[in-house]
Unconditional design. Sequence first.
Length: 221
Amino acid sequence: MGHYSSTLGLNPSILTVPGFGNSGPTHWQTLWEQSRLDTRRVELGMWDTPHRNAWVTKLDQAISQAQAPVILVGHSLGCQAISWWASLSPQPYGWPVAGALLVAPADVDRPDIPSELSTFAPAPRAPLPFPSILVASADDPWIELARARSLAADWGSHFVDAGAQGHLNAASGLGWWPEGQELLDRVIAASGGPHGEARTPTDARTILAHPGDRSNAATHA
C-alpha cells in the first residue's frame, strides 16, 4: 500500500488504534495520548459502522504519514484492524511498523458477533511481521481467554493474562493503566528502541518475555 523510507535512530511514533465505538475521554488510550508527546490516535472514522477495508486504508495512511519506526497500540476491534493491515500490507520484519501492543482483541469469529463487526471475520492467522504483546482479561465479554491465547499463537505474540479486568477499557477502571505502559515499554525495547537496532524475531521474543507474566509466550517457533 504505502511507500516507506527507512531512517534509523528515531524515537518511535506511537499510534493508538481504538475499537468499535472509539475510545472515550476516560479510556487509557485517550489518557496516553494526552500525556505522551509521541502518541496520537489513528482517526479511523466510521466508529459505529466499521468496515475492514476502510479501517485498513486509514491505518495504512496513518502509518505512511508517521515518522517511522511506528508502534501500534490497538484495543478490541483495533487489534483486528492491525492484523488485517499486516496481512494486506506485507513489510520486512520490524519496518516501518516496529512493534504492537494488542489489548483485549475482539473475537470476530464467534457465532454471536454483532453484524457491525462481520467484515473483520475471519481473523487473520499469519504471524505479524513485528514484535508484539497480546494482553487479555479472564472475564472479557468480547473474547474468551483461550481464544485470546490462540490468537496470540497465530500472530506470534507474547501472551499476557491480565487477570479478571473485563474488556480492559474505561469501564475496567484502569485509569492511566501503568501496567499497560510497562508492556508498551517492553514492545519498544523489543522493537530496537530509540536507536533502531535490528532485532530478529527470536531476540524480540526474549525481550518481550517477563518472568512475572501470568502466561508464558505463545508464539510460532
